[in-house]
Design a protein around this ligand. Structure first.
Ligand code: 13P
Length: 257
């Protein structure tokens, strides 16, 4: 049984003071929730403090990016070792905004995914087609290239591979207020699992697959209610304590009903 996973991606939002303010209230707002893994991926500069503030709560800290080398002459970059040292557990890899604005391609994403696994971090690998690709019915082709590209030669062994989390984030649904339909997202998640199955066999059943793109507390259960969708990667709706808590509680109560 795969444990549900809800991940906040704060992107370039929240100063340190705003992060502290969020953490004053948020743990209380989700006090009744259990059995769901919750991760907050904050800007690098707030991560150390976030790790401290999360102690004694069920929350887990995550980064939004990292370099693949342990150290070196890479001005402005942060290494997996640095994240690990301060207690970060998860790292988002290959978000479409990194692909679009910072030139990340499947080769770079492959190096980062492999480095995360080899350094004891859990990569949340983002995949998704853009509007043009969707219109020309290339979704499956694009996802296959992205997934196999990211995992190419990543063979750190079964124990590590099953820690990978996939996030299906159709680019056209991110930040638009128009999510994919629940059935549509479920079909894609099923397709991704079949791709994993071709590569890794039964191990594919252990990998968690998230949906991301305009998820909120009113629509979340359309996704988490599906067999192959194990949670969500949440942008805008994770920024306010009340809306993020509402979303998590919707998943929690759906699981109990
Ligand atoms: P929104 O939830 O704001 O659409 O963002 C989704 C996203 O990109 C999460 O990584």
């Amino acid at each position: 049984m795969r444990k549900k996973l809800i991940v906040a991606n704060w992107k370039m939002h929240k100063t340190l003071a705003e992060t502290e303010k969020f953490m004053q209230r948020f743990p209380n707002e989700i006090e009744e929730v259990s059995g769901i893994e919750i991760v907050i991926c904050a800007p690098f500069i707030s991560l150390g403090r976030l790790v401290d503030l999360m102690r004694g709560t069920p929350l887990n800290p995550g980064a939004q990016n990292m370099h693949w080398q342990k150290e070196g002459a890479y001005t402005g970059e942060i290494s997996p070792l640095m994240l690990k040292e301060i207690g970060v557990k998860y790292v988002i890899i290959g978000h479409s905004e990194r692909r679009k604005y910072f030139g990340e391609n499947d080769v770079i994403i492959n190096k980062k995914t492999t480095a995360a696994l080899n350094n004891g971090l859990i990569p949340i690998l983002c995949l998704g087609e853009n509007l043009e690709e969707r219109r020309s019915k290339k979704t499956e082709k694009v996802l296959k290239e992205q997934l196999y590209g990211a995992l190419d030669e990543a063979d750190p062994g079964e124990e590590k591979l099953q820690r990978i989390v996939l996030a299906y984030e159709p680019v056209w649904a991110i930040g638009t207020g128009t999510p994919a339909g629940g059935d549509e997202a479920a079909d894609v998640a099923g397709y991704l699992r079949s791709l994993l199955n071709r590569k890794w066999g039964a191990l594919s059943e252990k990998v968690r697959i998230l949906y991301g793109g305009s998820v909120n507390e009113d629509n979340i259960t359309q996704f988490t209610g599906k067999k192959d969708i194990d949670g969500a990667l949440v942008g805008g709706s994770s920024l306010k304590e009340s809306s993020f808590a509402g979303l998590i509680k919707a998943v929690f109560y759906e699981g109990r009903s």
